[in-house]
Design a protein around this ligand. Structure first.
Ligand SMILES: *[C@@H]1O[C@H](CO)[C@@H](O)[C@H](O)[C@H]1NC(C)=O
Ligand SMILES: *[C@@H]1O[C@H](CO)[C@@H](O)[C@H](O)[C@H]1NC(C)=O
Length: 385
């Protein structure tokens, strides 16, 4: 339990207890209070039971008080949810958990001293904190990053690691196109403190020998899918290459994915942009500089998929077909149609992912180890892949 989260939970339960003590004097249970009966995340007008508006003062509570409490609980649940890296749906479940706990308290204390003792409050905090922890463990964001040994590898992964270190509840699957893992990458991953897997998945020989464009990263991404099928039950996954640039806002958006979500990618193709086209909040087509007869002309960095959705499609995988990897994978998720795409980034009106590319560097020349024996150069050279 992170200290910030714990403080958030304590504040939240504190608010609930004030709320509870206030309403105890009216002899009603928490779930009978109209202000709490509507979906705390949906922001609907607060109607009481049988459509009685809460501001009719049915239970003798002041309007201002109810509005304040409701806002406070919504705000607190949201803060706790975000600080633990959880999607908005979890907020609803967390709220339910809090209400359940408060009801138990109310029932347990009826007829007793109306002031709460420390013990049930502590029990409530513990159980709500445990619920938040459980939701976080069960709903990670899996980031699948294919990579390969080259001079830019460590700096690219360093930049990406720093982005992911700002993201809560993320599990990074770093998969090298190699027979053995690169030591410098292993060292970097250990230093980040991130939850990660370091795997290898070499491109099959038959594709390596081919002339022209090669299906790079396919065997890595399929290895990532294999890991998810074996080890994940819920959450969301995203194919994130190590040379792109990601706005950290993107990762919170991705968490809401129920099936497949999409958003714009900048610096992509000759249009400088690849994105679903959205009109009046509805998907009407794709904008991409290379359509090539694809059903899903999108960039690898432009979509995320729910783990459950993948697990329901045991045959889904990425084809070894250069240029058609995204299209082939999304088609393998059938039944799934473009009309079902969840449009993120404010109806696809913001660029939160950039298809940046690094300048290629020549492999470095060997170091004269005799001439530079016992100098810093020996150690430095070991860090250059
Ligand atoms: C699942 O996770 C375990 C434990 O980390 C690992 O040993 C195993 O290889 C993973 N399964 C796959 C298919 O990657
Ligand atoms: C997307 O657009 C629709 C229609 O204009 C609107 O109702 C909806 O609130 C928008 N969603 C977001 C997240 O901006």
């Amino acid at each position: 339990m992170k200290p910030a989260l714990k403080m958030g939970m304590i504040a939240l339960v504190g608010i609930c207890l004030v709320f509870y003590q206030y309403h105890l004097s009216f002899g009603i249970r928490v779930d009978q209070i109209p202000a709490l009966k509507f979906d705390l995340n949906a922001g609907q007008p607060p109607d009481g039971p049988d459509g009685i508006p809460v501001n009719s003062d049915t239970y003798g509570c002041s309007i201002a008080h109810q509005k304040l409490t409701e806002e406070m609980i919504r705000y607190a649940v949201d803060a706790v949810r975000k600080s633990n890296g959880l999607g908005p749906e979890i907020g609803v479940q967390l709220t339910e958990e809090i209400l359940n706990q408060l009801n138990k308290l109310t029932i347990g204390n009826r007829g007793k001293d109306r002031l709460l003792s420390q013990t049930p409050a502590q029990t409530t905090i513990n159980s709500v904190v445990a619920a938040a922890d459980k939701f976080a463990d069960e709903n990670p964001l899996y980031v699948i990053t294919p990579t390969y040994r080259r001079p830019e590898q460590v700096p690219e992964l360093t930049r990406m690691a720093h982005t992911l270190m700002l993201v809560k509840n993320v599990h990074w699957l770093v998969i090298e196109d190699a027979h053995t893992p690169t030591q410098q990458v292993t060292d970097l991953l250990q230093r980040t403190g991130l939850k990660y897997e370091h795997l290898v998945a070499p491109m099959p020989e038959q594709y390596k020998k081919k002339n022209g464009a090669k299906p790079r990263g396919v065997s890595n991404r399929n290895r990532g899918l294999q890991w998810i099928r074996a080890n994940a039950t819920s959450g969301v996954f995203y194919f994130a290459d190590d040379d792109n640039t990601y706005d950290i806002k993107l990762f919170d958006e991705i968490r809401t994915t129920r099936k497949v979500s999409m958003w714009p990618v900048g610096l992509c193709t000759k249009f400088g942009l690849s994105t679903p086209i959205v009109k009046n909040g509805k998907f009407i087509g794709f904008y991409d500089g290379w359509m090539a007869g694809r059903k899903f002309p999108v960039d690898m960095a432009g979509f995320a998929v729910s783990v459950k959705f993948l697990l329901e499609r045991p045959k889904a995988s990425m084809p070894f077909r250069p240029g058609y990897e995204e299209d082939g994978f999304l088609k393998s998720l059938a039944p799934f149609n473009p009309s079902e795409i969840e449009l993120l980034a404010d109806n696809c009106s913001q660029v939160l992912a950039w298809h940046t590319q690094t300048k290629k560097n020549e492999p470095s020349a060997a170091l004269d180890k005799e001439k530079y024996a016992s100098t810093n150069l020996i150690k430095l050279k070991q860090q250059i892949v």
